[in-house]
Ligand binder design. Structure first.
Ligand SMILES: CC(C)(COP(=O)(O)OP(=O)(O)OC[C@H]1O[C@@H](n2cnc3c(N)ncnc32)[C@H](O)[C@@H]1OP(=O)(O)O)[C@@H](O)C(=O)NCCC(=O)NCCS
Length: 90
């Protein structure tokens, strides 16, 4: 899955809202977490994902077809998953 916000509409909270919806959906479906890879040089994406609770899981050497490196990131969805489990019991 790719998350892209049109250049004219960035820094207005749209990307965060999209990702928050993905967290909720993942928790509802019983996912325990999300893993992704971003370009190591993509400071915007890394800052965005870090701000949304992702942590760095390490460099992926020459991950991309142009030879550039990636960075692995992950975030637990356990809180969201547990929320849906509790809700189902009500
Ligand atoms: C990454 C992307 C989806 C963010 O979407 P967005 O709607 O601009 O994000 P938000 O407005 O919700 O930003 C939330 C926070 O992320 C961080 N952030 C977002 N863009 C940033 C940038 N260019 N530089 C530094 N930090 C950035 C900021 O902390 C921001 O909070 P702030 O605006 O209050 O400072 C958007 O920049 C994009 O489409 N980029 C091109 C595609 C891409 O790189 N996708 C990810 C591929 S792995």
């Amino acid at each position: 899955m790719n998350i892209v916000v049109h250049g004219n509409y960035r820094r207005h909270g749209i990307g965060s809202s999209l990702l928050a919806a993905i967290f909720e959906m993942g928790g509802y479906l019983g996912c325990s977490g999300i893993r992704l890879i971003a370009k190591l040089t993509d400071e915007a994406a890394i800052s965005f994902y870090t701000g949304m609770g992702f942590s760095n899981t390490g460099k992926k050497e020459r991950y991309y077809s142009d030879g550039s490196d990636g960075i692995g990131m992950e975030r637990s969805l356990e809180d969201e998953r547990q929320w849906w489990i509790r809700r189902a019991r009500i």
